[in-house]
Design a protein around this ligand. Structure first.
Ligand SMILES: Cc1cc2nc3c(=O)[nH]c(=O)nc-3n(C[C@H](O)[C@H](O)[C@H](O)COP(=O)(O)OP(=O)(O)OC[C@H]3O[C@@H](n4cnc5c(N)ncnc54)[C@H](O)[C@@H]3O)c2cc1C
Length: 525
């Protein structure tokens, strides 16, 4: 077991973590920045983002319109001050990304080609074909490579934050501080202690808590679970966004996303009878906010007992479609779906978590020295439902804010003079003989959440889910206490915590708002 000291410790190498790393490393060349990440450095939700980033770019667009669209999507639960701040800082953040080398599509006149997505009143999505996230992740990693004071640590799994709760202190005050994290080096299998003055959780979302999700395997809510165990404030976990149109491919996880931008481009949703059912549901039809479209699909599936509905692109101009969505076109083709003549089978899948670790407008959590950024944080931007393409933007804006705070308020590594940080203790633990128990419990959580805590909820289903989760919690905690730790057992424990938070906070919400919809609240609506 080793102890490493750094100035800034960032957990996660998606858009949030890398933005902060680059900005702090550039401004503080004499300071060390460590970026710890549990898989290879590019693996993240960021890498899979398709549609793009929302920003007011066109003269015909306005901050007021972007603010209004965000508030409407958030069902008026967004924090207006936060919405204003993010929307108004968006163009500068995008300029910065372009300066770092990100290539966004342009039209024949050399003007940025802005896409349109559900809930947006105009075209304002900057994109790189249908692989915007990959372009951004690549750009950020290239910048990181040029900065010698950033150390990138792939295959390092953060297990838990080190806070006052770990210190040998009788009376822990209300002002709990974070000192670093215990990190499992997946190559040496050793759990090392990392200490820093500023610690940032940028660990992304938790889509893997559901069986059908667009999120990659790394999205297990680790940062939120760590913060929860450290007693940070966590709210809005009941608001889970289901993307209406994941490709229907039974047994395939994560589900391949058919971007909202495809509906923005003019695609229709049809049920098995060929009917455009969204026309009956909302005047915005296929471009209504995601919660409305996802619920409409869910009710079609329940009504007809079907497994999926269809996305119809057959009437669209195919050359233009292929130029915009080459990745989607190729994926469908590889499965034998000819988009020009056949409908694409689609269904809703868990996609984005609006809730998370509460942060203020500067990115501070309720724990001293600890920031949270990106999908693991809850800034107040998204309210009850995220407006499409506002999440990469949120990570960029808050990434800049947090970097500024760290740069302006830096302290020296003085805490370790006064406090004694214990090393990780794994005495009495053994390697589990049967890993199948871990994978079985992970699947069980995903099935419980998909069957009982998905798009439409009810008190009865939530109570049943909680019963199952209580049993799994005891089983998992026993295994965790006795096992040599692995990423698998830690992820299972974290998924259990995330599922519990979603269920418990769903039980508390008495009004249907945005992405949250309970049958018991219909009378209150
Ligand atoms: C298919 C898909 C399409 C999307 N399309 C769009 C879009 O068009 N526009 C938009 O705005 N948003 C989109 N989103 C959402 C957006 O991609 C995410 O919200 C955003 O990328 C989150 O960035 P992040 O940096 O917070 O987290 P991530 O990019 O997920 O990065 C999290 C990082 O933390 C690491 N990590 C996690 N746990 C640990 C641990 N215990 N120890 C160490 N490291 C850890 C991960 O390995 C990863 O590096 C999409 C999401 C998906 C899945």
């Amino acid at each position: 077991m080793s102890v490493f000291k750094t100035d800034i410790l960032i957990l996660g190498s998606g858009i949030a973590g890398l933005t902060i790393a680059i900005k702090t490393a550039l401004a503080l060349p004499e300071k060390k920045v460590f970026v710890v990440t549990k898989a290879e450095e590019s693996e993240s939700n960021t890498k899979y983002a398709q549609g793009g980033v929302a920003a007011v770019w066109d003269k015909l667009d306005s901050f007021e319109d972007h603010i209004r669209d965000t508030m409407i999507a958030g069902d008026d639960l967004s924090n207006i001050e936060v919405v204003k701040m993010v929307v108004e800082e968006a163009p500068d953040c995008m300029q910065q990304l372009i300066k770092w080398g990100a290539d966004f599509d342009q039209n024949a006149l050399g003007i940025l080609d802005l896409g349109k997505e559900g809930g947006h009143s105009t075209n304002r999505i900057l994109h790189h074909k249908d692989i915007t996230g990959l372009e951004i992740e690549k750009t950020l990693l290239e910048q990181v490579e040029t900065l010698s004071n950033i150390t990138l640590l792939p295959f390092h799994f953060a297990i838990d934050l080190i806070t006052d709760h770990h210190l040998d202190q009788k009376n822990i005050s209300n002002n709990v501080a974070c000192y670093g994290a215990y990190i499992l080096n997946q190559k040496t299998n050793k759990i090392d202690t990392y200490l820093a003055n500023s610690i940032v959780l940028a660990t992304g979302g938790a889509g893997q808590v559901y069986a059908a999700t667009t999120n990659p395997n790394i999205a297990t809510g680790d940062g939120i679970a760590m913060a929860y165990r450290a007693k940070a404030r966590i709210i809005d976990m009941e608001f889970v966004q289901f993307h209406p149109t994941a490709l229907y491919q039974p047994g395939e996880s994560p589900a391949f996303l058919i971007s909202e931008a495809v509906r923005g481009f003019g695609a229709y949703l049809r049920n098995k009878k060929g009917e455009r059912f969204m026309l009956e549901v909302d005047e915005r039809a296929e471009l209504a906010p995601r919660d409305i479209v996802a619920r409409a699909i869910d009710s079609q599936l329940i009504k007809y007992g079907d497994q999926h509905v269809y996305l119809d692109c057959t009437h669209l101009e195919m050359d233009a479609f292929i130029a915009h969505f080459p990745n989607i076109f190729e994926k469908c083709k590889s499965l034998g779906i000819d988009i020009a003549s056949q409908y694409i089978p689609v269904l809703p899948a868990a996609h984005y978590l609006m809730g998370g670790i509460v942060v203020n407008k500067k990115g501070y959590t309720s724990i001293a020295n600890l920031f949270a950024c990106g999908e693991c944080s809850r800034t107040g931007l998204h309210g009850a439902n995220r407006l499409a393409s506002n999440s990469l933007l949120e990570a960029l804006v808050y990434g800049s804010k947090i970097a500024l705070e760290i740069i302006n308020n830096r302290k020296d590594l003085s805490f370790n003079k006064d406090v004694k940080i214990p090393e990780w203790d794994e005495e009495g633990t053994t390697v589990p003989k049967e890993k199948v128990l871990i994978s079985h419990n992970r699947k069980t959580i995903q099935n419980i959440m998909t069957d009982l805590v998905a798009i439409v909820r009810s008190k009865e289903r939530l109570v049943k889910a909680l019963d199952h989760l209580d049993y799994l919690y005891m089983d998992t905690e026993k295994a965790y206490a006795n096992s040599k730790l692995s990423p698998q057992i830690c992820e299972l424990r974290n998924l259990n915590a995330i599922a519990y938070l979603i269920v418990k906070q769903s039980m508390l919400r008495k009004e249907n708002k945005g992405a949250f919809y309970s049958l018991d609240n219909i009378l209150n609506d």
